[in-house]
Design a binder for this molecule. Structure first.
Ligand SMILES: Cc1cc2nc3c(=O)[nH]c(=O)nc-3n(C[C@H](O)[C@H](O)[C@H](O)COP(=O)(O)O)c2cc1C
Length: 186
């Protein structure tokens, strides 16, 4: 698949199943993530790979974190939270490392992580796998941060669900370029 095809045909897939990306596909995708543009080469990112029992453990962390915010969760909520990480056979947690730098504002570290995540997802798509980038309130929950071992200078930029698409991809309706692009002529 060439680069333009990969970009234009990638779609998020909410339900992902085995096979998960194999070691070679994952290594190639991380190599692409690590080629993200990065002002002053701060390397403001790191990644955690979760699969198997780690996904079940993350589900328990999601339950505990949600209960800490809302002690009145009902049984349906608990079950939904517990199953959330099981929507894919593999999750990559994209972590932004908020390294202070006199010339690089903090938002550029998030932008670099965003570029890295897109590289990662495109690389998996080009190799026949599918992904979905998720965040939500749980990405900021203190219990989730602590369970995943984040330091005070780190944040979760995404839970990247990855695997094989369980359904046909959504039909892509291209946006009209003219609505988003204009010439600036001074
Ligand atoms: C930073 C970020 C966080 C996101 N978090 C969620 C999320 O928590 N839940 C969700 O349903 N979609 C989330 N999305 C959107 C989907 O990943 C996806 O991009 C969107 O559904 C559009 O589908 P497409 O990627 O096929 O165009 C997020 C996207 C970004 C960039």
């Amino acid at each position: 698949m060439d680069t333009l095809d990969a970009i234009l045909t990638r779609v998020s897939q909410g339900k992902l199943v085995e096979p998960a990306p194999d070691a070679a596909a994952l290594a190639a995708a991380f190599a692409c993530a690590l080629r993200a543009p990065d002002h002053r080469v701060l390397r403001p990112w790191r990644y955690l790979v979760l699969r198997g029992d780690a996904l079940r453990q993350l589900g328990e962390v999601f339950v505990d974190a949600s209960r800490a915010a809302n002690p009145d969760l009902d049984a349906n909520d608990v079950e939904r939270l517990r199953k959330m990480p099981l929507r894919a056979p593999l999750i990559v947690v994209a972590v932004t490392v908020h390294k202070p730098d006199p010339k690089v504002p903090d938002e550029e570290l998030l932008l670099s992580t965003g570029a890295a995540v897109q590289n990662f997802m495109l690389a998996l798509h080009a190799q026949g796998f599918a992904t979905m980038w998720r965040t939500g309130l749980l990405a900021k929950a203190p219990l989730v941060r602590a369970a995943l071992g984040l330091s005070g200078e780190e944040s979760i930029s995404g839970f990247i669900y990855a695997g094989t698409a369980a359904a046909e991809p959504r039909r892509i309706v291209p946006l009209p370029i003219g609505e988003y692009v204009s010439e600036w002529q001074g």
